[in-house]
Design a protein around this ligand. Structure first.
Ligand SMILES: *Cc1c(COP(=O)(O)O)cnc(C)c1O
Length: 234
């Protein structure tokens, strides 16, 4: 199958899941997770109508951006972001989905302030508290939301999550439901520089369940680009 054919199929599946849940497919943004795919394949996806790309690694984003990979499209940073890499993405990425500490918020704010820019971000939540994963543990989320009030160049637009690998899809779905509860709960409260508009969850293996549980953004790599080649010449 071509990339265009895979995108068409993914869009159909998004639409079906949305309709089953009584939602409009237009509420859901498709983010094509394009890590390890070169500019040609990204342009192919863009030509097939994808307008948002998600990148994990700053270095890879910078290189592909310099080669014009994303012309006309938005880029979201979806992988763990180190503070010393903030300068390469702040004010350039349309959305940084993986903010998980007050220190990172502060670094983004300072960079944007210096350049007269603003940055929209999502807070990555590590709901299951997995020690091996990035993301803000739930017990520290309140502190992170409060901190956002002090960083006027940053606008928090919602939450992002990567569920643990479960054996059963009911478990993944329960995780997504918990994320939605958290999202709705925060929405009822008032924090400066925070609006709960986007809930980013769901990847190739589970995006339909994520949509059924309220995702507004799905990050899909394999189902669009095929299996990734992690080899040295990837
Ligand atoms: C790679 C990646 C995805 C997409 O994963 P697939 O299973 O290939 O769809 C989504 N989110 C993040 C943060 C990723 O790193």
């Amino acid at each position: 199958m071509t990339i265009a054919e895979r995108i068409a199929e993914v869009r159909q599946r998004i639409a079906r899941a949305a309709e089953e849940a009584g939602r409009s497919p237009s509420e859901i943004t498709l983010v094509a997770a394009s890590k390890l795919n070169g500019p040609e394949r990204i342009r192919e996806a863009f030509a097939a109508g994808v307008t948002v790309f998600g990148e994990n690694r700053v270095q890879e984003f910078v290189e592909k951006d310099a080669r014009g990979a994303y012309a006309g499209a938005e880029v979201h940073i979806i992988g763990h972001l180190q503070r010393n890499k903030v300068k390469f993405v702040a004010g350039k990425a349309a959305l940084i989905q993986s903010v998980d500490s007050p220190e990172l918020l502060a670094a983004i704010h300072r960079r944007c302030l210096a350049e007269g820019k603003r940055q929209e971000v999502l807070l990555e939540v590590n709901l299951a508290g997995e020690a091996s994963k990035t993301g803000c543990p739930p017990e520290r989320l309140e502190e992170l939301l409060e901190a956002a009030g002090g960083f006027s160049s940053v606008q928090v637009k919602g939450l992002m999550a990567i569920p643990p690998i479960y054996e059963k899809s009911v478990e993944t779905r329960a995780y997504f439901a918990q994320m939605r509860e958290l999202f709705v709960d925060i929405r009822t409260k008032k924090y400066d520089n925070v609006s709960m508009a986007e809930l980013s969850m769901g990847m190739s293996g589970d995006f339909e369940d994520a949509i059924r549980e309220g995702a507004t953004m799905v990050r899909i790599g394999t189902a669009i680009f095929g299996a990734r080649n992690y080899g040295p010449h990837g």
